[in-house]
Design a protein around this ligand. Structure first.
Ligand code: ZN
Length: 334
């Protein structure tokens, strides 16, 4: 599409500011009529960027009937300007079957992302047993990056048959992935718990990885990460309640490592912020440069609780701007 190829030569933001909001709207509406609701919003307007959303197999019926519409409608309703889709692009691609059992080829899906005018942005996954060298992973990631993929994750390790791996976060097979992400400049978003990207209370494996890969930005997520907001963490699963004790591993890692970030998505993220409201608010302010709004919704459904909470929260405006949008823009260069 001619507009996309022009806009690729300069950044999307430059492109939009060059055109001006009205011009961009007119061009989007006239050149891209098939976008429907997409064309009504400039990709850089809106209160939130959702850094953690899944496609779900319901939308992936087959390429002819495929639509992002439910997600776009959900975004427009909730003032979400851009949404990061986790793991729609996978290697090998046979892993992610559609509801009807069909496969949407990565290339086809990437084209559909391109048509969203930057409102939907894909991350990718390479399964940990797909390759035995970093070099091979780099090759695949470079190809994905050229076609619009902007990060790696959700890294909830699986093998090429789709089985969950029980893989330690600092396993050599995981390190190959981090090394490849360092080479292509992809952030890595983790699902940390007791049976996926596995760590133990205190998050020693996470800390080792942060030290070993200082050039990779890591994004913590899920129960293992968020339960570690308190120093008296017992298990890296479940949704513990009650007062938070200072010095939790997640707090220390955010404090001590410039390459550690976290997304606020899912019940685990909301539980961590709300279980001790006074601590939660202070945590958001203290780490306002490291935290990113996210939902973990699937195909434009679920997680209304995140909007209920963050639309009402009392925080300085600049903290909200950073957490709701700007940190994600900066980290993902969007
Ligand atoms: Zn998720």
């Amino acid at each position: 599409m001619s507009m996309m190829s022009n806009s690729n030569k300069i950044s999307r933001r430059e492109f939009n500011s060059k055109l001006g909001k009205i011009g961009a709207g007119l061009i989007a509406a006239s050149v891209l009529p098939s976008f429907g609701t997409l064309a009504q919003n400039n990709p850089h307007e809106g209160k939130f960027i959702d850094v953690h959303h899944h496609l779900g197999s319901d939308l992936m019926t087959d390429s002819a009937n495929f639509t992002f519409d439910p997600i776009i409608k959900w975004m427009n309703k909730n003032s979400v300007s851009q949404t990061v889709l986790l793991s729609p692009i996978q290697y090998p691609e046979t892993y992610y079957p559609t509801r009807a059992g069909n496969i949407i080829r990565n290339d086809e899906l990437l084209e559909k992302f391109q048509e969203t005018n930057g409102r939907l942005l894909p991350f990718c996954l390479v399964h940990y047993d797909a390759f035995s060298t970093t070099k091979e992973i780099v090759k695949v990631l470079k190809r994905f990056k050229k076609k619009g993929v902007i990060g790696f994750g959700e890294l909830k390790p699986r093998d090429t048959s789709g089985n969950s791996g029980n893989i330690p976060l600092d396993d050599p097979r995981m390190k190959r992935i981090y090394a490849a992400c360092a080479e292509v400049d992809f952030p890595v978003l983790f699902h940390i718990d007791n049976k996926h990207a596995v760590d133990i209370p205190g998050l020693p494996a996470m800390e080792k990885v942060l030290k070993e890969f200082p050039n990779v930005n890591f994004i913590g997520h899920a129960n293992g990460w968020w339960n570690s907001i308190t120093s008296d963490v017992k298990e890296l699963k479940g949704y513990p309640k009650g007062k938070i004790s200072p010095g939790g591993a997640a707090v220390k890692l955010l404090e001590n490592y410039p390459n550690m970030y976290a997304d606020l998505s899912a019940n685990s993220g909301l539980n961590a912020i709300t279980r001790d409201p006074e601590f939660g608010t202070k945590f958001l302010v203290d780490f306002s440069d490291k935290l990113m709004f996210g939902t973990d919704a699937i195909g434009g459904t679920g997680r209304e609780s995140h909007f209920d909470f963050y639309n009402k929260i009392d925080l300085p405006e600049e903290v909200k701007d950073k957490i709701f949008r700007n940190n994600t823009r900066k980290l993902l260069k969007i």
